[in-house]
Ligand binder design. Structure first.
Ligand code: MN3
Length: 215
């Protein structure tokens, strides 16, 4: 995806039927092609009226929306978050059996250090996902030193400047067609889709590139 305005919808990184049986085609079509697209379109419409922020990357829009003209603030907050969060959500799921997707290397070590085990991380993340009242997200994040934590955020807020590794969308539009009100069942399905190999690689790169003083 472009680093700044005008943003475009990145294609779904796999086929619409690739995440069956966990997530069905209709859910992915609506979620990616309709909901995600709407956040992209809304953000572009808002930034059209705000030339000063047209070269801002998403991360800056998310962290500095409150410095924008007042009539744009809430819209940019919601829609920049919507674009950022959905991009990462779709990119950190992958087809294939969960048994072939486990954390490796420095991420595996950090999960064991900070949560006890992958199973313990899952429980903490599930509690956050089920405990998020109304719409929002639950996140696995790292700080600049590599310390992991679980966060939850309402609406389309993101926990920056903490660095998101993966996240689960607990807006009803993410699961209602397949799971109705069963957020816990949806969480279990999402967990089987998490692309731990990709996330492990990203974490390792982040740790290699962190400032020297932090090592
Ligand atoms: Mn969503």
């Amino acid at each position: 995806m472009e680093d700044h305005y005008p943003f475009t919808l990145p294609p779904l990184p796999y086929g619409y039927d690739a995440l069956l049986p966990e997530l069905d085609e209709r859910t992915l079509h609506f979620h990616h092609d309709k909901h995600f697209q709407t956040y992209v379109d809304n953000l572009n419409q808002l930034l059209e009226r705000c030339p000063d922020a047209q070269d801002w990357p998403l991360e800056r829009l998310i962290q500095e929306w409150c410095t924008l003209p007042e009539d744009l603030r809430q819209g940019v907050r919601n829609n920049a978050g919507g674009v950022y969060n959905h991009d990462l959500y779709f990119r950190t799921m992958a087809p294939g059996p969960a048994s072939g997707k486990t954390p490796t290397g420095p991420l595996e070590q950090a999960i064991n250090r900070d949560f006890g085990s992958l199973h313990d991380l899952k429980q903490v993340l599930k509690t956050a996902a089920l405990g998020q009242f109304g719409s929002g997200w639950a996140w696995l994040v790292t700080d600049a030193d590599g310390n992991l934590s679980v966060q939850k955020t309402p609406n389309q807020d993101a926990p920056l400047p903490l660095i998101p590794l993966t996240l689960v969308d607990v807006w009803e539009h993410a699961y209602y067609l397949g799971y109705q009100n069963r957020r816990g069942d949806y969480f279990e399905s999402w967990w089987r889709l998490v692309d731990w190999p990709g996330i492990s690689m990203r974490y390792e790169k982040l740790m290699q590139n962190r400032p020297q003083y932090a090592k």
